[in-house]
Design a protein. Structure first.
Length: 286
């Protein structure tokens, strides 16, 4: 799947300035196991130990030199005009912190699924968005409540709009933290109502593990952090009532998940993680 993702990068009508693959200490080094398209210069950076998704993304950003960055997951694929169209949008709207687009759903074998694509676009509020500039409350509702920027594989972000500490704290939910940090940076973004990429649904997806109660306990800290950062950010006040409600629901779900693990220590663990997430948020906002 990584080779397929790199083929999509190689096919871009606007060639990327650099391509960095973060190898999160895989059993077999990715540089040896990956077929790289001819003519595509790829730099493999291997973590000395497994750091997890959020920290690996941060390392990739720090290794890069460009002013505009995108974080393509290994199992997703770009359409050939992805970079050209989003780069053009940011050039047209220099006040925007990031640009994002619609994307479709493909299955594990690479087949495109039109029904699921339409359902996902509707679920994340992209069917109601038109191409153009999103500002203020309209942006915050789209990005933070509807989660229209559902996957960072389909966004192009200015380096200045990336909050690396928040992304690292987001762990498995790091891509939502990209949107939170960018909205805290500024009140403008560009949306393109074009399907410029494909999000793969497969058994190896990171989110497939989230149904595990133990995983939900583990994610309590990161989820609390991102929502608390929003609540502590005065410029995002228009979405505070709904985010406060969602934080309450997330805390309740985490406590229920702790009970479902049947581990007597889980309640104490999830409570400690929620409190740690609140402390993280206060530190990040300061």
């Amino acid at each position: 799947m990584l080779s397929e993702a790199l083929m999509g990068v190689s096919a871009q009508t606007l060639a990327p300035a650099e391509v960095i693959v973060i190898d999160d200490c895989s059993e077999q080094p990715l540089a040896q196991a990956t077929a790289v398209p001819a003519g595509l210069a790829v730099r493999f950076v291997r973590n000395p130990q497994n750091l997890g998704p959020g920290a690996s993304v941060v390392r990739g950003i720090r290794e890069s030199r460009g002013d505009l960055l995108s974080t393509l997951n290994h199992d997703d694929v770009w359409e050939p005009r992805f970079l050209e169209r989003l780069d053009g949008a940011l050039e047209q709207y220099p006040q925007a912190g990031f640009a994002f687009c619609d994307h479709g759903i493909m299955l594990a074998d690479g087949r495109h699924d039109e029904r699921r694509s339409h359902e996902q676009s509707a679920r994340f509020g992209r069917l109601g968005l038109q191409t153009g500039l999103l500002t203020g409350e309209r942006l915050y509702r789209a990005a933070l409540l509807d989660k229209a920027v559902a996957a960072s594989s389909f966004a192009l972000v200015r380096r200045a709009a990336l909050d690396l500490e928040l992304i690292a704290a987001g762990a498995d939910t790091w891509d939502y933290c990209v949107a939170v940090g960018a909205c805290r940076f500024g009140d403008c973004a560009v949306y393109l109502d074009e399907r410029l990429g494909w999000y793969r649904i497969s058994p190896t997806m990171l989110s497939t593990t989230w149904v595990d109660p133990a995983k939900q306990v583990q994610l309590a800290r990161a989820k609390t952090t991102s929502l608390m950062v929003i609540l502590l950010s005065a410029q995002l006040a228009s979405v505070h009532p709904e985010v406060r409600r969602r934080l309450g629901l997330d805390i309740r779900h985490a406590l229920v998940a702790a009970l479902r693990t049947r581990d007597p220590r889980s309640l104490a663990t999830v409570t400690a993680r929620i409190l740690a997430g609140a402390r993280d948020a206060r530190r990040l906002v300061r």
